[in-house]
Design a protein around this ligand. Sequence first.
Ligand SMILES: NC(=O)c1ccc[n+]([C@@H]2O[C@H](COP(=O)([O-])OP(=O)(O)OC[C@H]3O[C@@H](n4cnc5c(N)ncnc54)[C@H](OP(=O)(O)O)[C@@H]3O)[C@@H](O)[C@H]2O)c1
Length: 404
Amino acid sequence: MASQRSSRALRLALRQASAPRVQQRTFVSAVNAASRPSLQTAQKSAASAFVQQTRGAKTVDFAGDKEKVFERADWPREKLLDYFKNDTLALIGYGSQGHGQGLNLRDNGLNVIVGVRKGGHSWKEAEQDGWVPGTNLFDIDEAIGKGTIIMNLLSDAAQSETWPHIKPMLTKGKTLYFSHGFSPVFRDQTKVEVPTDIDVILVAPKGSGRTVRTLFREGRGINSSIAVFQDVTGKAEEKAIALGVAVGSGYMYKTTFEKEVYSDLYGERGCLMGGIHGMFLAQYEVLRERGHSPSEAFNETVEEATQSLYPLIGQNGMDYMYAACSTTARRGAIDWSKRFKETLKPVFEELYESVKSGKETQRTMEYAGRPDYREAFEKEMEEIRELEIWRAGKAVRSLRPENV
Ligand SMILES: NC(=O)c1ccc[n+]([C@@H]2O[C@H](COP(=O)([O-])OP(=O)(O)OC[C@H]3O[C@@H](n4cnc5c(N)ncnc54)[C@H](OP(=O)(O)O)[C@@H]3O)[C@@H](O)[C@H]2O)c1
């Protein structure tokens, strides 16, 4: 593609990268920062996005839809410590989220313990991260017994499998916390019928647990969804917000368990992972069938996307990325985007229906319920690794300055 476009995009990216990093941003500064590189009109509309500020909640105009957003700045550490002074947070499971949320809670000074299977992979990981057996690392039953807030961060399939055992331990006065609406929303399949006398809340970080940790360490925070499934005490929402901050969220968007799980399953199967992988493969295959070399096909499909253009979308939006590209690239991209949208929309409709009907969760549960699912998954990863596109990618990445 046009080198003019690439070099302009690169200059913009470099300018962005060399700009001083804003730490401890307030909500207002974030809204303003988001609008900074846009045109004057965009600056005006971004400024008016901020509608009202009351302590603990802001109403923001998201493209005409006014929503409440909660922010970390309203929950300084002292307030968090005071709020949870009588609580023991029992974090059950130590996968990607357990690791990120658990370490952030510990660094925030809260009384947090980890509960995992003794001798399992997670037990060893937790020990490596400094959790001490008998002090703040226990088996699952003991941790639930000690906890007042039970953070169920087992894999979604394991939440269902362990539920008959765990449920009787969720006694009145405890709070049940999830990071995904999967188990209670699809209870017909998971059998996770929550006890009726406890608060049930959700904080779902919008990213990997590794990112939850790195953003926290950088003094920033991840965006999270928060929701209430059952409010027995009248304090469930406030607790969800406080826990959201405690686990490392920057901004928290209110939703429902249903909406969280539908959008999450849909998104990861679509643009976030499955859809984008399908687009990469289709584009790459046509280039190869038309005689382009693996390196050219990879660079034009993945490398330029991930290294140059997608970060620009992330920084300031689609128009900003288009504006950083040549007239030739922009004209063609805008025209073809309409064709792709029309072609793909029915596929997305079908995907949403498949999520909502429970077909996707059924498949996940069946797959994760297989005794050999880890091996089966690894076999699929190996097949992906061995695809020509990703082998070409490995060679392209090996030439990056940091890898040479
Ligand atoms: N990963 C993400 O990016 C992400 C993002 C947002 C929300 N979430 C949600 O966060 C929750 C946790 O996800 P995750 O990705 O962090 O965890 P995960 O990797 O899916 O689950 C790992 C944990 O589940 C335990 N486990 C698995 N089978 C078990 C069984 N039969 N009995 C007892 N323990 C069992 C594992 O222990 P062993 O090591 O002992 O097997 C491990 O501690 C899920 O609800 C997920 O949907 C995840």
